[in-house]
Design a protein around this ligand. Structure first.
Ligand SMILES: *Cc1c(COP(=O)(O)O)cnc(C)c1O
Length: 401
């Protein structure tokens, strides 16, 4: 390069223009940076990464990430929020921050599957024991708690099978039997809308919540992100130091997508809730299904606990096929769906379906004998979705001679 062009580049990098500061509009700016500049060496030495009144390094926060953290804290009724690259990494952050060799972690048998995998692989390898309890039997949690229990995971409702536990009773057992244990809730289903995990009533609360922001808060099926929220300052510091040492960061464009999704979160949740209930009611009238699992249905497991705590439900419906339908026939049903797409996750605009074999998912006994299909209701018209389910059932009925 000629000297002139070199100089031009230097001039473009160290450009004197600064845009006027007062830009008043709804979207917060999308700030991207690895390096954050300090006016002097003294200022660099003085600034602490865990003091959120300023900035040290892109990984430790930008105006964009701080803004999302503050809004999520409001959503969740928490004082502190940390962002992680996925819902799963938010879960594993809590595990790694709070557990050491010799400790025990308790998981509900219907926990989000990859959370259990992390416990039975990495945590086990690091000398941390994992015990499973039946979340629908508080006595089962009671029996599993020991002086070594340092972390109790809750999930409401359970993954795929959607049983709604008595969260208050579980928290009460944990507080009474293992006061040394942190109680953490995977609050992805509730999304900060269905109930307040930091105020369960009767003075009961969880210590930590985790969200897959990937689901409802994003709402776009285009972002992977997770959050960890808590109220207690000391607990936040334990989580934040581990978060920092692990080097967990999120991209500003993804944060921007989340900030864009939050204002419509409650509206989308309500719409998907209403659609989910109508589809659950329709499924209940179909002879192909022996059980429809949805916490708002009176005969769904844990309905009374849901009704006591929640005013809303996420748009998830799981149907259990009559065992006369083989797993292959249920697969054919899912393959025949046209609007429902086949895929993981939920909370986006498109409806999704996935078949599950309940026996393969649970360590403890399950009442489910038929193949399960989890339906995640998107934003399509309910009439269209019901029409799609009906035509796919007709296809499968046609295969029965
Ligand atoms: C999806 C999900 C997660 C994981 O979120 P990712 O962002 O996909 O890693 C964790 N818990 C629950 C209950 C989920 O549904």
């Amino acid at each position: 390069m000629t000297e002139g062009v070199d100089r031009l580049t230097t001039g473009l990098i160290h450009h004197p223009y600064t845009a006027p500061a007062e830009f008043d509009a709804l979207p917060p700016g999308v700030f991207k940076a690895s390096s954050v500049f300090f006016p002097s060496v003294a200022a660099l030495r003085e600034r602490r990464w865990d003091d959120k009144s300023g900035y040290t390094y892109g990984l430790h926060g930008t105006p964009t990430t701080f803004t999302l953290e503050a809004r999520l804290a409001t959503l969740e009724g928490a004082n502190h929020v940390l962002l992680a690259p996925s819902g799963l990494s938010a879960i594993t952050l809590v595990d790694m921050a709070l557990l050491s060799a010799g400790d025990e972690v308790l998981l509900p048998d219907n926990v989000y599957g990859p959370s259990r995998s992390f416990a039975t692989h990495e945590l086990k390898q690091w000398g941390i024991a994992c015990r499973l309890y039946d979340p629908m039997e508080p006595a089962s949690l009671f029996a599993a708690l020991t002086p070594q229990t340092k972390l109790v995971w809750l999930e409401a409702p359970g993954s795929v099978t959607l049983e709604f536990p008595d969260l208050r009773a579980l928290v009460r057992e944990a507080r009474a039997q293992a006061p040394q244990a942190v109680v953490a809730l995977d609050n992805t289903w509730g999304a900060g809308i269905a109930f307040n995990a930091f105020d369960l009533g009767d003075g009961l609360a969880v210590d930590v919540t985790v969200h897959a922001l990937t689901k409802y808060p994003s709402g776009g099926a285009d972002v992977l992100m997770g959050s960890v929220a808590c109220r207690d300052d000391a607990l936040y510091r334990r989580l934040a130091w581990c978060h920092s040492r692990l080097g967990l960061g999120v991209g500003a464009n993804d944060v921007e997508a989340l900030l864009r999704g939050l204002p419509s979160l409650a509206l989308r949740y309500a719409a998907q809730d209403a659609a989910g209930r109508r589809i659950a009611a329709w499924c209940q009238r179909r002879a192909e299904f022996v059980r429809v699992l949805h916490p708002a249905l009176p005969d769904s497991p844990g309905h009374a606990h849901w009704a006591e705590l929640c005013s809303a439900a996420a748009g998830l419906v799981t149907v259990e096929f009559d065992p006369q339908f083989s797993a292959a026939q249920v697969d054919a049903f899912v393959d025949a769906l046209r609007l429902f797409r086949i895929g993981w996750s939920w909370g986006g605009p498109v409806s999704l379906a996935v078949p599950y074999q309940s026996k393969a998912m649970r360590a403890l006994a399950t009442p489910y004998r038929g193949t399960l299909v989890r339906l995640c209701i998107g934003l399509e018209a309910v009439e269209d979705l019901v029409g799609d389910l009906g035509q796919a059932l007709a296809v499968v009925q046609g295969t029965i001679s």
